[in-house]
Design a protein around this ligand. Structure first.
Ligand SMILES: Nc1ncnc2c1ncn2[C@@H]1O[C@H](COP(=O)(O)OP(=O)(O)OP(=O)(O)O)[C@@H](O)[C@H]1O
Ligand SMILES: [Mg+2]
Length: 304
């Protein structure tokens, strides 16, 4: 089976929701959930659950969340040879406190360790991942490492998930180096400098990415579905009605399906449909990756 490699972030996510109105400066009883995150890690977990041959390149602290994340991926069959646990670092953590209606009141994050996915680290792994059919990269890498990685691995199709509006900036100057990209609408605006508020503007942004050298573009539109384009086909697909339990991670599952669709030789439109199926499976679950994700689930959704 063709190999897919992912380079990107691992985080531990801690989310607290108070049972009653939040009182600042006090200890509030509430519900606390712990989970693993990081776009690269989420894409990797989805790919493993889909049955892909996937390897992950990342760093975390040699602490309990780092060791736990590594163990879980290993158990799912991911090649974790290049996931480094660094004794002197802490695993990246995103910690948020919501209010009783579920909106975020306060968050604290520390992503410093992700800078250790450095040029030197990429040098160490470049040969090993050089036989991948496609390499997925997230913008948890610094702008410098992203550019350097795109240079070093330029012979292989590269995929980009821009993670967030802020982190998308890091890939702005090198976007043409990617074979395939999956920004959401706002990330696509940052990357292209084109405001996207209509179907015409979506088309314009899509064409701009192609003119920069990108071969396949998927701009995800949340509840609006997805816009896809390559040199032969383009269009917008709207999602079937779904019960949304949680929208977090739908984009990451979409990205995973885009990577898997590529190694299966799917067309751009087939890939978009596959991506929407993966997103729909994820919307059904509270967690950012649905532990029920599987090829069977995707097939069932696509044949409905
Ligand atoms: N509320 C929704 N209803 C139906 N489908 C949705 C909804 N939200 C997301 N989707 C599906 O998930 C896909 C990806 O979602 P979205 O555009 O929100 O990605 P994203 O912003 O990258 O998300 P993430 O938080 O995972 O990074 C969409 O193309 C769509 O198919
Ligand atoms: Mg996303």
């Amino acid at each position: 089976m063709k190999k897919i490699s992912i380079i990107g972030g691992i985080t531990a996510d801690i989310e607290g929701t108070p049972y009653n109105r939040l009182i600042h400066g006090d200890s509030n009883p509430g519900k606390i959930t712990l989970s693993y995150g990081g776009v690269g890690r989420n894409i990797t977990e989805n790919l493993a659950r889909m049955g892909a041959n996937v390897g992950f390149v990342s760093v975390a602290g040699d602490d309990f969340p780092g060791r736990g994340a590594l163990r879980e991926l290993k158990e799912l069959g991911v090649n974790v040879e290049h996931v480094k646990l660094l004794p002197e670092e802490n695993t990246a953590v995103y910690m948020s406190i919501l209010n009783i209606v579920g909106d975020m009141e306060l968050a604290l994050c520390n992503m410093d360790v992700l800078e250790r996915i450095s040029n030197t680290f990429i040098d160490e792994v470049a040969e090993d991942i050089g036989d991948s059919a496609i390499i997925g990269i997230d913008t948890n890498l610094t702008a410098e490492t992203l550019a350097d990685t795109a240079d070093k691995l330029s012979g292989i199709p590269l995929f980009l998930d821009p993670v967030s509006v802020t982190k998308a900036e890091r890939a702005k100057n090198i976007i043409g180096r990617f074979h395939t990209i999956k920004p959401n609408r706002m990330e696509a605006e940052v990357l292209s400098g084109i405001r996207i508020t209509s179907e015409e503007e979506l088309e314009k942004a899509g064409q701009w990415f192609l003119s920069e050298g990108v071969e396949r573009v998927f701009i995800s539109l949340g509840a609006g579905g997805v816009y896809f384009t390559d040199r032969t086909d383009s269009g917008i697909l709207r999602p079937k009605p779904v019960k949304v339990v949680s929208a977090t991670g739908a984009g990451d599952a979409f990205s995973a399906a885009v990577l898997y669709g590529f190694v299966q030789g799917l067309s751009v439109k087939e890939t978009a449909l596959y991506g929407m199926a993966a997103a729909a499976v994820t919307l059904e679950s509270k967690t950012s990756v649905n532990s029920m994700m599987s090829q069977e689930k995707l097939k069932a959704y696509l044949s409905e």
